[in-house]
Design a protein around this ligand. Structure first.
Ligand SMILES: [Zn+2]
Length: 277
């Protein structure tokens, strides 16, 4: 992905300083562990990269909101979001692992944990584990409506998390069905989500609007790697005015009802916004 890199904790801290200075409200952290295994056990290692990064940011930039991605796909050697059993995700075992991961992130100081796996019952399991471990004030941002599809390609290369076999259609949603999206969101809210996410953003503006109207909940929209890469690539070729298309793409997401936008354009957009003031 152009302009997107894996970084060490030190390099990440430079990026975080930069983000804070530009007035960006928060960062979302993904980790690449040193070793991967079948259960993704590095996910709940208190000294894994994400946990280290959280501690580093919170000690230097306490006002920058730190959100952590809670999932297993970056940590499993097979690249699926859960622990597999006979070719299928073992939901219960996965929930236990995700709960441990979320608690470990909260212990490191994460302001918000964001489960992205789409397993059944994960919000409830994580809420319960956080509460039992003294983190009842740590909110959950649930990837409530996450559609399966081709828009994640560039990220999966960057995060080394492309499934080695099969795909994620059994646990992500069918793009054609916005009723299902609303149902999934309501379920997550019932399980204790404090904030819900729609992902991808641009191709699903109608879902953003529906979810916002029907729940009234704080809503985050994730402008994913494919959306970013298309704009970048066309801009590089001189086919579009990259900055203006970027701003229009973000404005559309905002207009649809997103309270928070997660985007690879964050710094570029923040720079442009501050120059317009
Ligand atoms: Zn995942």
């Amino acid at each position: 992905m152009p302009g997107v890199f894996q970084t060490s904790v030190d390099e990440m801290l430079n990026d975080a300083r930069d983000a804070a200075q530009l007035g960006i409200g928060g960062v979302l952290l993904f980790g690449i562990p040193e070793t991967k295994d079948a259960t993704g056990s590095q996910a709940w290692n208190d000294n894994a990269p994400v946990q280290q990064a959280v501690r580093a940011i919170k000690s230097e930039l306490p006002d920058l909101v730190v959100i952590t991605d809670v999932c297993l796909c970056e940590y499993t050697d097979h690249g699926h979001c859960g622990i597999m059993h006979d070719g299928d995700v073992d939901n219960d075992q996965t929930l236990e692992a995700l709960a441990k991961e979320a608690v470990s992130h909260a212990r490191a100081g994460a302001d918000i944990v964001a489960p992205s796996d789409m397993m059944d019952g994960r919000v409830r399991a994580i809420r319960q584990a956080l509460d039992e471990n003294g983190f009842s004030n740590t909110p959950i941002l649930s990837y409530a409506a996450k559609f399966a599809g081709p828009f994640y390609g560039p990220f999966r290369d960057a995060a080394e998390s492309t499934p080695k076999f099969g795909d994620r259609r059994s646990y992500q949603m069918d793009s054609g069905n916005s009723d299902e999206a609303v149902r999934e969101v309501l379920l997550d809210i019932e399980e204790g989500a404090d904030m819900v996410m729609v992902k991808p953003a641009g191709p699903f503006l109608d879902v953003i609007r529906r979810v916002k109207d029907e729940t009234g909940y704080p809503l985050a929209a994730y402008q994913v790697s494919g959306e970013y890469a298309m704009i970048q690539a066309a801009a590089e070729r001189g086919w579009i005015d990259g900055d203006r298309v970027m701003m229009d793409s973000l404005l559309g997401i905002r207009r649809a009802g997103a309270d928070v936008i997660i985007t690879y354009f964050a710094r570029q957009a923040a720079k442009q916004l501050s120059s317009q003031r």
